[in-house]
Design a protein around this ligand. Sequence first.
Ligand code: FMN
Length: 370
Amino acid sequence: MSNQAVTNAIDPQHYRKTMGRYPTGVALVSSLDAEENPVGMIVGTFASVSLDPPLVSFMPAKSSTTWPKIQQAGKFAISVLGANQESVVRAFGGKTATKFESVEWEKTAQGNPIAHDAIAWIECTTKEVIDAGDHHIVLGAVQSMDIRGNELPLLFFQGGFGKFTPHSMAMFDDSLHQQLTTVDQARAEMETLAEKYNCGCLVGGKDSDSFVLLASAGSSRVPWMPSAIGRRVTIKAPFGRTCMAFSPETDMENWLHTAQSDDERHSLRTMLEKIRERGYSVSVLEEGTNASHLKDIQFLMDPGVESLDEPSEGTLHSLAIPLPSPGSGVPLVLSLYGLDIQAGTALAQQIVEDLKSAVHRILSNSTTQN
Ligand SMILES: Cc1cc2nc3c(=O)[nH]c(=O)nc-3n(C[C@H](O)[C@H](O)[C@H](O)COP(=O)(O)O)c2cc1C
């Protein structure tokens, strides 16, 4: 079949509908025209092409009246739009759009206009323009770039705008088969809790002498978190307290033996009793500590500051509760972190109750399924 025959066989509407199944990000390509006025167009075709040398691409339609102005400038900037920047698309998206008059923008050091709240920007010189049917493929040689904030990107899918919702991420490891089955049963609850309280939600478990992070959910305030799935931290007192408080006596004694002194052992024992009696562990952030600056995986899995009394002051950072895993004497730990709420409030109490109900539901579902 000739190329012409293939083209003729494809209904344009069907073509658009089929391609619409593929989501894209949304970017503003902008430059200065011959009169030094800012010009720009919205594209869904921006892509990273090469790291060495650094090249990016986008595809302007041959019918675009903006592209020739950008081409004449010989350089352009890409502003990657954030989830709350639909108004920028409205300003630039159509032929009658108001464009730069109605959006906040600024100039980069090289003089390219960029959208004020872009989550990332990339500046290029035009390297090559390749003919591609009713579009051009433009290759840009990257000159400079930067990222801003932790906003999620704006997404375009089947004619509508939306934002990325990170699903829970779970580890894949055969040796932890039983625990990961429990994790799978917990994932919907993890996502609900993380969304409801705008926090991160983790499940971790003990594997020989280490504690391993098995799953995470939520658009946490700690952006590096998803990549921490599978990370292991050696269980050594006081780390691992939530897990240990609900473990068999021998595991608990072995853990207590990792303490430095009899005094420490004594206070750790009191702490475990308190956690067991309460049913969960709780940590309060020290004043001036911001969860988004935490780089310590150990802190997130099991923050060290345990209040022996129910805390009534300060910022409640995390709550952790045991999640029994059938076939294992040592429970998994389900925790919420990055809560950023006032300790001692009715809301704090409600979160504890929600955590307990979530565990209850996970366990009754797993009993029904087994
Ligand atoms: C989400 C979205 C993605 C778009 N992607 C492209 C694209 O990749 N290439 C393109 O030429 N136009 C794209 N457009 C259309 C242009 O933004 C704009 O309508 C067109 O450039 C207006 O024509 P002008 O360049 O003559 O002003 C897109 C529009 C939207 C809303």
